[in-house]
Design a protein around this ligand. Structure first.
Ligand code: HEC
Length: 261
C-alpha cells in the first residue's frame, strides 16, 4: 500500500521533471499566487489553511523512511504527508514544490541547526492548521509539541517494515535538543559510527519517519477535535530569551541570566 502511494507520488514528480521548466514554472507561479494574496490582505485567505483528511501514521512513516533516501529529512517528512494529500485532496498540494525543502537537510545545508525532521513537520502543521496571526494557535502548538517530542523521544522510535540496516545495530539516543548537531552528535558518540556510515543514515531516515508518525497522530487528533497540547515549555517566558530547555549542554554549570525588563 505504502509502495503504491509512494510510487504514484514519485511518478507524478518524475512526470513533472519530464515536462520540464514549464510545469515547474506553473507550480511556482501558482504557489506565488497563494503567498501574494495572503500577503496583500495582511493575513490568510480562504485558501489557507489547507484541507486535511486523516492519514495513517504508520503508512506515512513508511513513505517518509523511503523518501529520506531520496531527499533527506525535512523534505521526506513534508513529502510523506503531502504526497498522500495530493492523491486524496488534490490542490493546493499538487502545486506545492515539496522538493524545494531539500535545504533542511543536516540542520540546513549541514550547518547543524534545527533538524530537518521537526522543521519539515512544522511547515506541514502550519500550512494545514493556519498561522498564529489568525488565532490558529494549534498549528503553532503542534509545532512546539513536535520540538518537545523530538527532543525527548528515544530515537529512532519507528521501525520500518523492511529496514535497510538491521535495527539491532542502531542504538537509540535521546537528543535533549532539536538541533541536528546535538541529536546526530549524541547518536554518533553512542554508536561510534561516522556521519557517512550506512547506520547513521538509516538512523536519520528512521528519526524522520518517527517524526512524521507523531505529526500525523497530532494532526488526526486535531482533525477529530481531540487535540490537546503536550508541551507547555516556553523559553522566552521562563528565561527571558529564546532557546531550548537544555541550557547546561552548552553553558555548563554557569547558565547566564537574561537581562530583566
Ligand atoms: C545550543 C547551545 C545553547 C543552549 C542550549 C543554550 N544556550 Fe544560551 N547561549 C549560547 C551561546 C553560545 C551564547 C553566547 C554566549 C556568549 O557570547 O558569551 C548564549 C547566550 C545566552 C544568553 C545571553 C547573555 C549571556 O550572558 O551570554 C543568555 C541569557 C542565555 N544564553 C541563557 C540560556 C538559557 C537560560 C538556556 C536554557 C533555557 C540557554 N541559554 C541554552 C548557547 C546555548
Amino acid at each position: 500500500m505504502s509502495d503504491a502511494i509512494n510510487d504514484k507520488g514519485m511518478s507524478r514528480r518524475q512526470m513533472m521533471i519530464g515536462t520540464g521548466a514549464l510545469a515547474a514554472t506553473t507550480a511556482l507561479a501558482s504557489l506565488g499566487g497563494w503567498a501574494k494574496s495572503a500577503h496583500a490582505q495582511g493575513g490568510p485567505t480562504e485558501k489557507w489553511p489547507w484541507p486535511y483528511v486523516k492519514l495513517d501514521p504508520k503508512e506515512t512513516a513508511e513513505i517518509c523512511y523511503k523518501e529520506w533516501y531520496r531527499v533527506f529529512c525535512g523534505c521526506a517528512v513534508i513529502n510523506s504527508v503531502f504526497s498522500q494529500l495530493r492523491e486524496k485532496v488534490g490542490e493546493p498540494y499538487k502545486s506545492f514544490p515539496v522538493d524545494a525543502f531539500v535545504f533542511l537537510e543536516g540542520g540546513q545545508m549541514g550547518w547543524g541547526t534545527i533538524c530537518g525532521s521537526p522543521a519539515g513537520a512544522n511547515i506541514v502543521a502550519n500550512l494545514i492548521i493556519g498561522p498564529r496571526i489568525a488565532g490558529a494557535h494549534e498549528g503553532h502548538q503542534i509545532a512546539a509539541d513536535i520540538m518537545d517530542f523530538y527532543s525527548k523521544a528515544n530515537m529512532p522510535v519507528f521501525v520500518p517494515a523492511s529496514p535497510k540496516i538491521d535495527p539491532a545495530t542502531i542504538p537509540q539516543t535521546v537528543s535533549e535538543s532539536p538541533l541536528c548537531h546535538i541529536s546526530v552528535g549524541r547518536w554518533m558518540k553512542a554508536a561510534n559510527k561516522p556521519l557517512g556510515s550506512p547506520e547513521r543514515k538509516d538512523r536519520c531516515a528512521r528519526v524522520a519517519a518517527s517524526t512524521a508518525y507523531r505529526l500525523v497522530e497530532l494532526l488526526n487528533d486535531w482533525h477529530d477535535g481531540k487535540y490537546k497540547p503536550t508541551s507547555s515549555f516556553s523559553c522566552s517566558k521562563e528565561n527571558g530569551i529564546t532557546g531550548q530547555f537544555n541550557c547546561t549542554d552548552c553553558h555548563g554549570d554557569k547558565v547566564p541570566e537574561a537581562p530583566k525588563s
